[in-house]
Design a binder for this molecule. Structure first.
Ligand SMILES: NC(=O)c1ccc[n+]([C@@H]2O[C@H](COP(=O)([O-])OP(=O)(O)OC[C@H]3O[C@@H](n4cnc5c(N)ncnc54)[C@H](O)[C@@H]3O)[C@@H](O)[C@H]2O)c1
Length: 403
């Protein structure tokens, strides 16, 4: 007998679609012990919302997110809204006794993220964060290989998340508004690679040694019809009216890892020629790994213990062997390929497993875990603005909302 949980989703655009797809697919491909019921979707645009609910299979829709969050019928609240409302929505859901799964970055500010982690500590509900790249099979396999000692002690990490959609013709959507997004490429893209590096290596970032942030495009066209909150919905621009962008376009920083290794991180929305190149390379004393999201079904592995005559980079097709490659058993026959959306469905499966008292395939981030990533992001900004190294152990607690 399979139990059900009722889900309320807040947000119905880019991530609203990704999460809706995951909840609707997970019970079809995975043997779940808890079946998700897509109960209610909440978002701001009433006319679009009922079409969205019908298309994706949500039973109810509302423009008031507090309704489902406070309802006895909801078990899990899924937050897919801009960063500045994560704290308020997550804390209200935790207070109402719900499980919460929230998009990344955990919050727009460190203070909000700390408030969320504090609220989670004493709560009845469990918390999760959509660092979905942990569940790209190549990254999950990299995590397992490092844990098994396949590359030995980590010397170097080189992580870069390179996009190019943020040129001068891109209008002032919420991702360029500091009061909504918190930061630009940093919280958007560095958040992913900081989490992925912590996850793959099993190490923490202990010091940010130096950082630079830059806003290349200082003014952007203002969206008409007050639709600036909707990146996916777009909206018309007046063509003449502009306003300042109040976030970074790029942030780069250097860091030390708890195992003594050195790491570099780069996030930019202006890497002309790259659209979604999330690249991580790790060099250890026994081998090396490399990954690029634009070739997400492959993981590069260099084995220093390999035969001298044939030694070289091996390109592992991570969708080939169901007994070795994480999540593959749920999907297709060998080498049929998986995509971006599968990482969300894989995460939905692990969340349902944990809520049913089972183990996830690879560890899931909760609010406390995502707070560590947020602390690294904050340390990088403090370092960039003050031109000095920042030790994570010296980072003062930001005064966040009380739980
Ligand atoms: N995991 C990933 O790979 C990934 C990718 C993209 C975005 N994200 C994150 O997902 C979140 C949402 O980003 P997006 O790209 O889907 O944004 P979006 O602009 O496409 O959608 C935002 C949605 O939130 C709704 N919304 C906005 N303010 C609201 C409020 N106060 N109350 C209720 N609903 C509100 C909007 O109506 C819209 O439906 C962000 O935190 C972002 O960083 C994560």
């Amino acid at each position: 007998m399979i139990d059900h949980i009722n889900i309320a989703l807040i947000g119905s655009k880019f991530m609203g679609r990704a999460h809706s797809n995951a909840w609707s697919q997970v019970g079809k491909f995975f043997d779940v012990s808890l079946r998700p019921t897509m109960h209610t979707v909440a978002a701001r645009n009433a006319t679009e919302l009922s079409d969205f609910a019908e298309r994706w299979g949500w039973k109810h829709s509302t423009t008031d997110w507090r309704g489902p969050v406070g309802s006895d019928q909801i078990d899990l609240v899924d937050i897919a809204t801009p960063n500045n409302v994560h704290a308020e929505q997550a804390m209200a859901a935790l207070e109402a006794g719900k499980h919460v799964i929230c998009e990344k970055p955990l919050a727009a500010t460190l203070a909000d993220a700390e408030g969320m982690a504090r609220a989670a500590e004493g709560a009845a509900g469990k918390t999760f964060v959509w660092f979905n790249y942990r569940r790209v099979p190549a990254i999950a396999l990299a995590h397992r290989l490092v844990a098994a000692g396949a590359i030995g002690r980590v010397y170097h990490v080189r992580a870069a998340y390179l996009q190019s959609w943020g040129g001068p013709s891109t209008p002032l959507v919420w991702r360029f508004q500091g009061d909504v997004a918190g930061s630009g490429a940093h919280g958007d893209l560095n958040a992913h690679i900081v989490d992925a590096v912590r996850f793959i290596t099993g190490e923490e970032i202990v010091t940010v040694e130096g950082a630079i942030e830059h806003t290349f495009i200082r003014e952007r066209a203002v969206l008409e019809f007050g639709s600036g909150q909707e990146i996916s919905g777009g909206g018309a621009t007046s063509g003449r009216k502009t306003a300042p962008s109040t976030v970074d376009d790029a942030v780069l920083f250097l860091a030390r890892l708890s195992g003594g290794g050195l790491a570099s991180f780069e996030a930019t929305r202006l890497a002309t020629g790259y659209h979604n190149a999330n690249r991580i390379e790790i060099h250890g004393d026994r081998g090396a790994l490399r990954f690029d999201l634009e070739r997400m079904n492959h993981l590069g592995f260099y084995d220093l213990d390999g035969d001298g005559g044939t030694q070289g980079w091996t390109t592992i097709d991570v969708t080939r062997a169901a007994d070795h490659h994480p999540y593959l058993a749920a999907w297709w026959p060998p080498s049929h390929g998986l995509g971006y959306e599968h990482s969300f469905t894989n995460q939905a499966s692990d969340v349902l497993a944990v809520l049913a008292g089972q183990s996830p395939v690879v560890p899931l981030p909760d609010f406390a875990d995502a707070l560590e990533t947020q602390r690294v992001l904050h340390a990088a900004i403090v370092s960039a603005r003050n031109h000095f190294p920042v030790s994570l152990s010296d980072l003062p607690e930001a005064k966040g909302p009380q739980s």
